[in-house]
Ligand binder design. Sequence first.
Ligand SMILES: Cc1ncc(COP(=O)(O)O)c(C=O)c1O
Length: 387
Amino acid sequence: MNQIGWAAVAPPTWFDDLSLDELRARRSVKWRRYPDDVLPAWVAELDFPLAAPVHRALLDAVARDDTGYAYADGLAAAFAGFAASRWRWEVDPLRTLLVADIMSGVGELLRTLTAPGDGIVVNPPVYPPFFRMVREVGRELVEVPLDSGWRLDLDALEAAFAAGARCYLLCSPHNPTGTVHSRGELAAVAGLAERHDVLVISDEVHAPMTLPGAAHVPYLAVGPENGLALVSASKAWNVPGLKCALAIAASDRMTEALRRLPEHVPFHAGHFGVLANTAAFADGGQWLDGLVAHLDAQRDRAAELLAAELPDVRHVRPEAGYLVWLDCRELDLGDDPSEVFLERGRVALSPGLPFGAQGKGFARLNVGTSGALLAEAVSRMRSALDG
Ligand SMILES: Cc1ncc(COP(=O)(O)O)c(C=O)c1O
């Protein structure tokens, strides 16, 4: 099914049928970082049971004692099938490279394809590891904030490119605002990048979760020469701990560039990650449709709950994904409202400041859970204001 059909899918009720006790038995960072009296609504992990094809692929591998090194056979073809049916984007499997995850892919690409001190453009507020990775590889951060409507500021991007930035780390869809960039915006980016010879690396990890009313346009589908995309099933099918992503080149020149990455890069990917990603892209479409329908309902619930319980909190209605960017400045809780929600309400949100200076007084709420647990999270936020 393509995006046009998504709105017609009713969310299966089992996305709402979660047991907090079972979730607390998980050993992932979301459920372990805080004490058991804290409800976690921070890091981008989903609370749902795995998609059946992913679950089966992993159980089958364990049953075979199949725990060796990853072999990417079939992964790129599975992604190409997914991209063609969802986005009418033709991906040539020969133009791809297996990487361990999105962020290590970003790091390897920056190390190999840019030089120390090169300016790398990011659009704050943005996923905090973007800042960390640019610093880690010794490049210069060039901040071009989103505009006041949380969209790309094309004039400011042009100015940054003209001033000598060498690379642009695009977040598409954007985390934390859930902004889905339009075809026109992306075509404009491609034009500017070509004119100023800027390499664009497009992180599209949230794209499978584009919600009804918006349409994801793969950056490489707008026809740039000088572009790379990073994709993974890690967010939409909740397999980030298994370690697998694909880098995809826009052109022969970029394919050559991918081949210049160190030979060991694909070996950092996890075998279970490759198996899970392949199953998700090949057979996880129906589950994804259910997820998207549920997340569509969750963003409405979030809007209603926030309006009723925290009317002074403004939020950005996400066009993709399950992260809701909350403007808490009216609450007067200081630079980091998440600290107050945690200490007084026992609910853990992501603090806004690591997303950039624009995140002062903001927090990010993860709604990738059941309606009941979302209601509990908002109620705990509300209770933090009573104390
Ligand atoms: C925009 C974005 N990129 C990358 C990642 C992390 O992906 P990975 O674990 O594959 O590095 C996330 C995780 O939330 C994200 O939101």
